[in-house]
Design a protein around this ligand. Structure first.
Ligand code: HEC
Ligand code: HEC
Ligand code: HEC
Length: 116
C-alpha cells in the first residue's frame, strides 16, 4: 500500500513537470518587439538552447516565463521602444548585455544573431 502511494505520488509529480510550459523552442524576435523596418536579417532566437545554461528568471520577470522580460542591466522590467538602428534597447539592455557579462564568444558579432 505504501509503495503504491509512493508510485502515485511520483506519477503526479512527473505530470506536473511535463505540464510546465517552457515556451517555443525558437522565437522570431521581429514579432516580439515593435520593429517597423528590418534592415538586417530577422533574428531567430534559440529559446530552448538558452534554457540549458541560463535560469528562466535571468530573462523573465517570473520564473514561469511569459511576456515580461528582464532588463539585464537593471534587473527591472525590460521596456523596449521602437527598435531601430544598432543602439536599440534590445541589444543594449538584453541580448548584448548578457552575452558581454557571460563572455559569450562572438556574442556581439552581427551574424551570430542576424543570420537567416
Ligand atoms: C545577440 C544577438 C544580436 C546580435 C549579436 C546583434 N543583434 Fe541586432 N538585433 C537583435 C534583436 C533580437 C533585434 C530585434 C529583433 C529584430 O530586429 O529582428 C535586433 C535588431 C537590430 C536592428 C533593428 C532592426 C533592423 O533590422 O533594422 C539593427 C539595425 C541591428 N539589430 C543591427 C545589428 C548590428 C549592426 C549588429 C552587429 C554589430 C547586431 N545587430 C548584432 C539581436 C542581435
Ligand atoms: C536567455 C533568455 C531566456 C531564458 C533563459 C528563458 N527565456 Fe523564455 N523567453 C525569452 C524570450 C526573449 C521570449 C519571447 C518573449 C515574448 O514573446 O514576448 C520568451 C518566451 C517564453 C514563453 C512564451 C511566452 C508567451 O506568452 O508567448 C514562455 C512560456 C517561456 N519563455 C518560458 C521560459 C521558461 C520556463 C524558462 C526557463 C526554463 C525560460 N523561458 C528561459 C527568453 C528567455
Ligand atoms: C541571460 C543571458 C543571455 C541573454 C539575455 C541572451 N543570451 Fe544568447 N547566449 C547566452 C549564452 C551564455 C550563450 C553561449 C552558449 C552557452 O554556452 O550556453 C548564448 C549564445 C547565443 C547564440 C549562439 C547559439 C549557438 O548555437 O551557438 C545565439 C544565436 C544567441 N545567444 C542569441 C541571443 C539573442 C538573439 C538574444 C536576445 C534576444 C540573446 N541571445 C540573449 C546567454 C544569453
Amino acid at each position: 500500500m505504501k509503495k503504491l502511494f509512493a508510485l502515485l505520488l511520483m506519477l503526479a509529480f512527473a505530470t506536473i513537470v511535463l505540464a510546465l510550459d517552457k515556451g517555443p523552442e525558437e522565437i522570431d524576435m521581429t514579432g516580439v518587439f515593435d520593429v517597423p523596418k528590418t534592415t538586417k536579417k530577422a533574428v531567430v532566437f534559440p529559446h530552448a538552447f538558452h534554457q540549458q545554461n541560463n535560469e528562466c528568471k535571468e530573462c523573465h520577470m517570473s520564473p514561469e516565463g511569459g511576456k515580461e522580460l528582464r532588463n539585464i542591466k537593471t534587473g527591472e522590467k525590460l521596456e523596449v521602444g521602437t527598435v531601430k538602428g544598432t543602439m536599440n534597447d534590445v541589444h543594449k539592455n538584453f541580448c548584448w548585455e548578457c552575452h558581454t557579462e557571460k563572455k559569450v564568444p562572438g556574442g556581439k558579432s552581427c551574424t551570430k544573431c542576424h543570420k537567416n
